[in-house]
Design a binder for this molecule. Structure first.
Ligand code: G
Ligand code: G
Ligand code: MN
Ligand code: NA
Length: 254
């Protein structure tokens, strides 16, 4: 209740910002894009995690506006990097269930691409399995329209939901992000290696890119490389960075 009244004013008071966590190509080590992560600087309590305020924003009907702000900000920042000559960097944006189900969601995405001039194929939307399973046929319908725009779609936290292999085949997606719980236990528990291997193999079979998230140790990174996982993200590689810091890191690596 305390958070709610502050949250209502956070957009106009400019209290939101995005941090960018680099995504690297495991084969070359190159940064090819980022995941944009929302941060709220609350005037009294400081940084509040999206896990705390996103559910409130969904409940009080603010997620639509906040989601639009995130899309526009992420696309605009990434286009600025393109204009600086920083590769064709991609940006991944997390989409909450309520946001995805808004009838205007597709229009919001088009609008963000239009105002930013970011090429559609440089925007990737991260959807969770539970989000898609809320209404699978509607989800597929929206995802197809997103792909028709040229926007990429990935399944976030993959492996924690209930995706059956048969429905995965019918989903219009471009990549899978293996949930970090599997990556983190990859050396403690042999069954996790088996799961990660299986997801990567399936990714190749279905022509999907596979991203390992939550990579925290060198051993994990080496193993993922050996398993030919395409992309990786995690604290051992880079923490989420402020926009200017992200820019410096990309320049340094080029
Ligand atoms: O960045 P952090 O680890 O604090 O993120 C916690 C959770 O918040 C993650 O599940 C992440 O996907 C989610 N999250 C981060 N930024 C956004 C955003 O812009 N929109 C939505 N819907 N979720 C976000
Ligand atoms: O649910 P989602 O996968 O979108 O969550 C993304 C969040 O995961 C980011 O906000 C980031 O703060 C967090 N994260 C990124 N890398 C790591 C990592 O190596 N370890 C852990 N524990 N969390 C990470
Ligand atoms: Mn994510
Ligand atoms: Na995830």
């Amino acid at each position: 209740i305390e958070l709610e009244s502050y949250l209502r004013k956070a957009l106009e008071k400019d209290e939101f910002f995005l941090v960018y966590q680099p995504l690297i190509d495991l084969e070359t080590g190159a940064i090819f894009g980022s995941e944009a992560l929302l941060r709220w600087n609350h005037p009294k309590i400081g940084l509040v995690s999206p896990t705390e305020f996103i559910p409130i924003a969904e409940e009080i009907g603010l997620i639509h506006e906040i989601g639009r702000w995130v899309l526009k900000e992420a696309c605009t920042q990434t286009k600025k990097w393109h204009d600086l000559g920083l590769g064709p960097l991609t940006v991944s944006v997390n989409v909450s269930a309520t946001q995805f189900q808004q009838p205007t969601f597709l229009e919001d995405v088009k609008w963000a691409l239009n105002v930013s001039k970011l090429p559609p194929h440089c925007l990737n939307l991260e959807l969770t399995e539970s989000l898609m399973l809320r209404n699978i046929s509607y989800s597929i319908h929206v995802m197809k329209q997103l792909q028709a725009l040229g926007v990429k779609v990935s399944i976030d936290d993959f492996g924690t939901g209930y995706s059956s292999l048969s429905y995965l085949k019918s989903l219009p997606i471009d990549s899978l992000k293996i949930d970090r719980s599997f990556i983190q236990q990859i050396h403690e528990d042999r069954s996790h290696i088996a799961i990660v291997k299986a997801i990567i193999t399936m990714g190749y079979g279905l022509r999907l890119k596979v991203v390992a998230e939550g990579v925290e140790t060198l051993e994990q990174m080496k193993l993922l490389k050996r398993l030919k996982c395409h992309y990786a993200q995690g604290y051992i590689i880079f923490k989420p960075l402020a926009a200017d810091e992200f820019e410096k890191q990309v320049m340094k690596r080029e």
